[in-house]
Structures are given as C-alpha cells and as structure tokens.
Design a protein around this ligand. Structure first.
Ligand code: NAD
Ligand code: DAU
Length: 351
C-alpha cells in the first residue's frame, strides 16, 4: 500500500463521504476507519465499501490514549485525517463535558500518538485536522471569515473545536509535527443525522410534525454539499502546504427562514401535497442560547492556490438531498427510533 491513512469519525456524516471517496479513488491506499460509534456513527453509511480490500473498520474511542498508541504501532499510519468529534451545538449547550473529552482530549491523544510514532523526522507524514468555521465566532451583516480572522468561539462546541485547532498548531510549532487544518462552513447532504436543521426538517415534514424555527429564523448559514467538502479534503490532503490553514465554503448564504420555506416548497412538490402545506408546520420557538447570527466563508485561498471549487448549485444539492432521504426512509426510521425520541423530547419540549 502506498499510503496508510487513519480516518477518525468515518462512520459519521462527513467522515463516511470522505471514506467512500478515498476508498473508491485510491485503490493503492489503505484507509482505516476508527470510530466509537456514538449515536452519530452509523456503519450502514458505508455498507457499499465495507468489503473493499483497501478499507478496514475499527471500533474505538480516541479518548483511549493507550489504544491510539497501539493502533499507530500496529498499522504504521502515514497520515491521519481527524474528523471524530461531538458535532452538534445544541447538545454542547445541554451537556458540554463530552465535547471537552472527545474534541480536546481526544485530539491531544491522537497528536501524542502521531508525534511519538513519527519521531523526530516526520517527513512525508501528515496530521490533517478537520475543523469548523464556528471557531471564528459570529459575523454582522457584512464581511467573510478568512484564514486570518481572529478566533472568537461562542458555544461549548465551537470553543472545544477552537481548542483542538490551537493544540494542533501548537504541536506543529513546538514539536515540528506536520499538520494542516481546514475550517468548513455548514455541510448538508445524504447521511446527516436528523438533529441538524436540514435532515431534522425533512424528517418532520414527512411526518407532518411542527418545524421548530429558532428565534425569528433570521440567522444566516453558508451551506456546502458534503461531497464538495470531501473533495476539498482530498485536494488539501494531497496538495496543501504543511502548517497552513484552508477555509472551505460554498459562497452560498441563506437566512434560515428562506431556506426552510424553500425546503417546504420542494417537499410539497415531491410528496404531492398542495403548495403551502408544509409551510403551515413552521413554528417559531425559543432561540438557541448564544445563537451565532451569521457565518460566511471566504474560500479564495483554497480556490486560487489549490484549484478547488464547489461543484453544485444549492437548489440542485437540496433536491439531491431531499430525494436521498425520501428514498432512504428506512435509514431515517432506524436512526429516529429509540434514543432519538428521548433526545427530541428533551431538546424541544420547553421551547
Ligand atoms: P457527526 O456527528 O456526524 O460524526 C462524528 C463521528 O465521530 C461519529 O461517527 C461518531 O461516532 C464519531 N465519534 C464521536 N466521538 C468519538 C470518539 N470519542 N472516538 C471515536 N469516534 C468518535 O459529525 P460530522 O457532521 O460528520 O462532522 C465531522 C467533523 O467535521 C467534526 O470534526 C466537525 O466538527 C467537523 N465539521 C462539521 C461540519 C458540519 O456542518 N457537519 C462543518 C464543518 C466541520
Ligand atoms: O458552520 C459549521 C457548523 O455547522 C458545524 O461545525 C457543526 O458541526 C454543524 O452542526 C453546523 O452548526 P449549526 O449550529 O450552524 O447547524 P444546525 O443544523 O444545528 O443549525 C443550523 C441553523 O438552524 C442554526 O442557525 C440554528 C437553526 N436551527 C437548528 C435546529 C436544529 C433551527 O432554527 N431549528 C432547529 O431545530
């Protein structure tokens, strides 16, 4: 095998698209997927590649430092693409501790294992840390996040991701570990767990349940199709410069309420319901605590230096996404049974 890559969090939403992309494109790489399989990890996301000879799944927790060392020793990884994280802002507000353990301590465990096993001459090795635009804080009506924007995280989730970014950079500056970081805007697409806005609302519309819009629905997010993120990660992994940061975004800003109305129209058409039916489900609820107003990414560095561009228009990507959820209702039913109901009741009952 030409490269042996450890991908963490590969059974989650973005990780599963990254794994499929790498396994199908690079038959001469061994791609090892390390995932704890929390509520967000789902091996059916990777059923189509699970028997490929260049793919290996290992169940494990990045908080287990001893395990990280044993895996590096056994598999002699050339590179890490680190996606494993607690990723939902609302959960981080309800219970922050798990975000500190996995996102901060888990990242340090991986950094220590990489540093120890790659030694003083880590030429050709790479620790690629996948992060978020939320580390930059919240924008007003204008402006974009660049790679130079000062960090200003405002939720326990974004603070834990910002901490992990700082630690990754510190291991580069202090120990010479070869690292790259990318910070991406909101992803959407198939296989996203229905706690996040788009899949949660698709699921509620199909079940004729209220659509809980936080505050006035005026917050703005910059949406990127998940496969475009996977391709950006591949591009940065192969062509990026060690020690650099790259912002990834879709130049695709939407106010939540406009996006929700668009989803309602598309869903009415696809479900053969009279126009306006789904909009009737919109319910304004208590705002998220500390809700960031606007995110928007300037990805010109990545576009100009490495030649990446998003491939899909948003309307096209949204249609593909809605089609996927409607064609995979078993997937939705499976992940929304059991524990999900309890999560939903706890998260939305007092809003
Ligand atoms: P996700 O919640 O869908 O998946 C996270 C995965 O990590 C799951 O498979 C889970 O089982 C695994 N995991 C969690 N804790 C673990 C642990 N302790 N040890 C091993 N595995 C563990 O998340 P996602 O939306 O796919 O995000 C992936 C990464 O991309 C995260 O680091 C996130 O911060 C970042 N990111 C996400 C977005 C987005 O819009 N979703 C945007 C930018 C960056
Ligand atoms: O910007 C990148 C980040 O995008 C990632 O780092 C996070 O992992 C990912 O979860 C996402 O964070 P957001 O908080 O922006 O995504 P979420 O889907 O939770 O919410 C999107 C917007 O929709 C936000 O303004 C809150 C609002 N919202 C969300 C939910 C779940 C609602 O109005 N109602 C809801 O029920």
């Amino acid at each position: 095998m030409k490269k042996r890559i450890l991908v963490t969090g590969g059974a989650g939403f973005i990780g599963s698209h990254v794994i499929r992309h790498l396994v199908n494109k690079y038959s001469d790489y061994l791609v090892v997927n390390l995932d704890k399989l929390t509520y967000a990890g789902n091996l059916t996301n990777l059923a189509d590649v699970e028997h490929n000879s260049n793919y290996l799944f290992l169940r494990g927790d990045i908080n287990d430092e001893g395990l990280m060392h044993r895996l590096f020793q056994e598999h002699r990884f050339d590179a890490v693409i680190h996606l494993a994280a607690e990723s939902h802002v609302d959960r981080s507000i309800a219970s922050p501790n798990e975000f500190v353990f996995t996102n901060i301590v888990g990242t340090v465990n991986l950094l220590n294992a990489a540093r120890h096993h790659w030694g003083d001459q880590p030429e050709g090795k790479l620790f690629y840390h996948v992060s978020t635009d939320e580390v930059y804080g919240s924008l007003g009506d204008t402006g974009l996040f660049t790679e130079e924007t000062p960090y200003d995280p405002r939720s326990p989730y974004s603070a834990s991701k910002a901490s992990s970014d700082h630690l990754v950079r510190a291991y580069h500056h202090t120990f010479g570990l070869p690292v790259i970081i990318s910070n991406c805007s909101n992803n959407y697409g198939p296989n996203q767990f229905p706690e996040k806005l788009i899949p949660l609302f698709i699921n509620n519309i199909r079940n004729n349940k209220p659509l809980p819009v936080y505050g006035k629905g005026e917050n703005v997010r910059d949406w990127l199709y998940v496969l475009d993120h996977a391709v950006a990660i591949d591009t940065i992994f192969h062509k990026g410069t060690v020690g650099e940061t790259y912002n990834i975004g879709g130049h695709n800003e939407w106010r939540n309420i406009d996006l929700i109305r668009l989803m309602c129209r598309v869903m009415d058409r696809k479900l053969h319901r009279p126009e306006g039916t789904s909009e009737g489900l919109i319910t304004y609820v208590t705002d998220r605590a500390g809700h960031d107003m606007r995110y928007a990414i300037d990805s010109s560095k990545l576009q100009q230096q490495l030649g990446w561009v998003p491939s899909l228009q948003f309307e096209e990507g949204l249609e593909l996404t809605i089609d996927w959820y409607l064609e995979n209702q078993q997937w939705l039913d499976a992940v929304t049974s059991g524990e999900y109901q309890q999560y939903y009741d706890n998260m939305y009952k007092d809003r």
